[in-house]
Design a protein around this ligand. Structure first.
Ligand SMILES: C[S@@+](CC[C@H](N)C(=O)[O-])C[C@H]1O[C@@H](n2cnc3c(N)ncnc32)[C@H](O)[C@@H]1O
Length: 255
């Protein structure tokens, strides 16, 4: 298995509970936007949530659709998600283990596929998107949510992200994600929303359990960045600690 995927399993075995409890993951407004995008709720649709993590997107979908499959590479994340589902009394989500770049599902099975805050871990995101398209019914929709980076900060932010979490592969620019979806064969690709979520750097490192020496290197990299890049990436509130500006986008891609 690719090196990045081994790193993913190690990282999420190690820090999985933090992702279950993280407000960005558990409570983002984008979970409501995904549900809105499904349209009529409840609906008879079948959904697949790729890289489900602690299951937050699968749980949001479970309120709208008939059945959800929550799919992830890391068995520990699936255990955390399944336990959480049981505690919440959610009984229409099934869990499956595997790689986003090779889906063990037949063609044209799902009405909706989601992938939220995870594709930046995929070494071949275009292959994962092509797989998502393959398992969608004609006219079915993929909803992608992920961080994007302004072109000017591309190299630097990806360097900082990898210092924080070695299983990070690459965040793309807004047009970079759109291009990957188009290249995967989707007929229409639309950026539905863009927003910013500033995160306190210290909390961001804590969530990924970044060792101190790598935190220091990441902070130094940010400190020594050219001023225009620093201004793009950092907020210094008058009261309170420095924050990193994470930019997020939501795409709808139709098969
Ligand atoms: C930040 S979590 C995902 C958050 C989740 N989607 C949510 O909405 O809260 C990232 C997840 O991606 C999974 N992952 C990373 N690479 C993967 C791959 N190639 N195939 C499947 N899952 C993968 C990790 O195991 C981890 O659980």
């Amino acid at each position: 298995m690719d090196n990045t995927k081994e790193k993913v399993k190690k990282q999420f075995e190690h820090a999985g509970r933090n992702y279950r409890d993280s407000a960005i993951h558990a409570k983002g407004r984008d979970l409501e936007w995904i549900a809105e995008e499904i349209g009529r709720c409840p609906s008879p649709l079948l959904a697949l949530d790729i890289a489900t993590g602690a299951g937050h997107t699968a749980f949001a979908l479970s309120r709208c659709v008939r059945r959800v499959v929550g799919y992830d590479l890391t068995p520990e994340m699936l255990r955390i998600a399944a336990k959480e589902a049981e505690q919440r009394g959610i009984d229409n989500v099934t869990w499956a283990e595997g790689d986003a770049e090779r889906l063990p599902f037949p063609d044209r099975l799902f009405d909706v596929v989601t992938c939220r805050i995870a594709a930046h871990h995929f070494p071949r995101a275009e292959r994962a998107f092509a797989e998502a398209r393959r398992v969608l019914v004609p006219g079915g929709r993929m909803i992608l949510v992920d961080n994007y980076v302004p072109e000017e900060a591309d190299e630097l932010l990806n360097r900082v992200e990898t210092l924080r979490d070695p299983s990070h592969f690459r965040v793309r620019t807004l047009s970079g994600w759109t291009r990957l979806l188009r290249n995967a064969g989707f007929s229409t690709v639309t950026v539905l929303r863009k927003w910013e979520t500033p995160v306190v750097l210290e909390e961001w490192f804590q969530r990924a359990k970044t060792p101190a020496h790598r935190q220091e290197e990441a902070l130094r990299t940010l400190r020594e960045a050219p001023q225009p890049t620093r201004e793009l990436l950092l907020l210094h509130p008058p009261a309170g600690p420095a924050q990193l500006i994470l930019r997020k986008g939501m795409w709808i891609a139709v098969r």
